[in-house]
Write a protein that binds this ligand. Structure first.
Ligand code: ATP
Length: 460
């Protein structure tokens, strides 16, 4: 079963959550396990047969709508009762309230609950270095190797979704790997502010100060949100001084350089400028392709290079969006049960981005034919004379001739044959098409897929 990526499942849950009450969501959806996609159907693991029935009756349509919003043309969802052991893993520590009882108000978060941990994916190994980010990367690496000595603070700024948090966490991972006993604290400016407010309210300022002033590495995200918050600035100023004086490393991220953060106290601004200020720009095309490739490998998705290239051309600025686009294409192809191709990718992205004109390439056709005839592309291009292989090869040549501008000799060369073989293949397929309905249906389906047209009615 092909695992549907966590991002897609999060999108589905996000959609569901907007359409039902919080109590319903926590009661029914929080314990559901995403088991992946099988034969175009999203399979969800539920706790017992009662839940299975409840989902079928009450949430099937909602889930289908969620999938449709992600590009599934004929969304299908099925439910499986999980074995008891897996079920136990899914049970929240406190049983959820029954649907009719309003959820108790969540208690105000404490320091520990507010604390964020490092994202395991955000390491140096998983960070693609390109001309857009090589200075920030080099500075982060230098800081990771000599914390508190190289550049303190390190101030990284850049637009949304370009890898600032990733680099900060990478330094944290690096430090913890080498010195597991060190204390690393990652906090968003918002959480820092909330912690401060809670500490003041609960009369726990000593704990607050101990927590932030006893770390070896402090990572603070989105520091631009300090703007206009005098009390938080004041407290952060003292935290900063305490750490700095003790040669502890501080890394700050922001969407703009310190000089552009309005209403930031002069003494803080000047401290932010003591170390190194470095920026991250939008990635170039080659870096975008490399990031997609790494992402696909990370998620064990086998996706042709030309499809990654199409995505990289479509999404040009934000890396989070770039990754989202890849997941959208993966979801689209899983949910519609069609192999990856440029046409499929263009279609998957057309709801979100301006539609792209996709020129069909010979390789696209070969891959689609290979998937349809259930044999590897190399076999089709090889010299095998088995009847099924010969037929697939002829269909591929026929469709390439129809759907691309390539000449007969070019097609011949692609298959390691001469143009007369291609001519023969074309007339053979044309002749069989009238007589063999199975072949005709297969060619029609392939043609529609290559053109990125809907194939709802043909697959069913
Ligand atoms: N150079 C890179 N190589 C691989 N992945 C990257 C790279 N840069 C960013 N990413 C990925 O892009 C996504 C967004 O990155 P990140 O959250 O670090 O951005 P950010 O700049 O902190 O954004 P924001 O301003 O919204 O906090 C993450 O999934 C991250 O792993």
């Amino acid at each position: 079963m092909r695992l549907i990526s966590q991002e897609i499942w999060s999108d589905v849950l996000g959609y569901v959550r907007k359409n039902i009450t919080e109590v319903e969501y926590h009661t029914w959806f929080a314990p559901v396990k995403n088991l992946g996609v099988q034969d175009g159907s999203l399979v969800l693991g539920v706790r017992n047969s009662f839940a299975q029935e409840w989902f079928r009756k009450n949430y099937l349509k909602l889930l289908e709508d969620a999938l449709r919003s992600l590009g599934a043309q004929d969304p299908q969802v099925s439910f499986q009762v999980l074995p008891a052991a897996q079920d136990a893993l899914l049970l929240p520590s406190d049983p959820p309230p029954p649907p009719s009882v309003p959820a108790p108000r969540a208690p105000a978060p404490t320091f520990t609950e507010n604390r964020k941990v490092l994202n395991p994916k955000y390491t140096f190994e998983n960070f693609v270095v390109g001309p857009n980010n090589n200075l920030a990367h080099a500075a982060a690496l230098a800081v990771a190797e000599s914390p508190g000595k190289a550049y303190n603070p390190l101030f990284i700024y850049g637009d949304v979704g370009l890898g600032k948090t990733h680099l900060m966490h990478a330094v944290g991972h690096y430090m913890l790997e080498r010195f597991p006993g060190k204390r690393v604290e990652y906090v968003s400016t918002e959480s820092f502010t909330n912690d401060l407010i809670n500490a003041i309210r609960d009369d726990k300022m000593t704990q607050f100060r101990n927590r932030y002033r006893s770390v070896d590495l402090l990572l603070v995200d989105d520091i631009q949100f300090l703007a206009g918050k005098e009390r938080t600035q004041e407290e952060f100023f003292h935290t900063f001084n305490a750490l700095y004086e003790n040669h502890k490393q501080i890394i700050l991220s922001s969407d703009r350089p310190p000089k552009d953060i309005q209403t930031l106290e002069g003494r803080l601004r000047s401290r932010f400028e003591w170390g190194l200020i470095t920026d991250i720009q939008s990635p170039e095309y080659e870096t975008r392709v490399a990031i997609l490739k790494m992402n696909a490998e990370h998620n064990r998705i086998d996706i042709p290079q030309e499809v990654l290239e199409l995505i990289a051309r479509q999404v040009t600025s934000n890396i989070r969006e770039l990754e989202g686009a890849l997941m959208r294409v993966v979801a689209f192809s899983s949910l519609n049960n069609v192999p990856f191709s440029r046409a499929v990718a263009a279609k998957a992205l057309s709801n979100v981005f301006a539609p792209q004109e996709v020129k069909v390439e010979m390789m696209d056709v070969l891959r689609q034919v290979a998937a349809q005839f259930n044999m590897p592309p190399d076999v089709i291009r090889g010299s095998g004379r088995v009847r099924e292989v010969v037929q697939a090869r002829q269909v591929a040549q026929y469709l390439i001739r129809e759907l691309t501008d390539h000449s007969l000799p070019e097609i011949g060369q692609f298959f390691g044959r001469d143009h007369s073989t291609v001519m023969h293949a074309i007339s053979k397929v044309s002749e069989q098409m009238g007589k063999d309905s199975e072949l005709t249906a297969a060619v029609d389906l392939l043609r529609r897929r290559m053109k990125g047209q809907d194939d709802e009615d043909s697959d069913a």
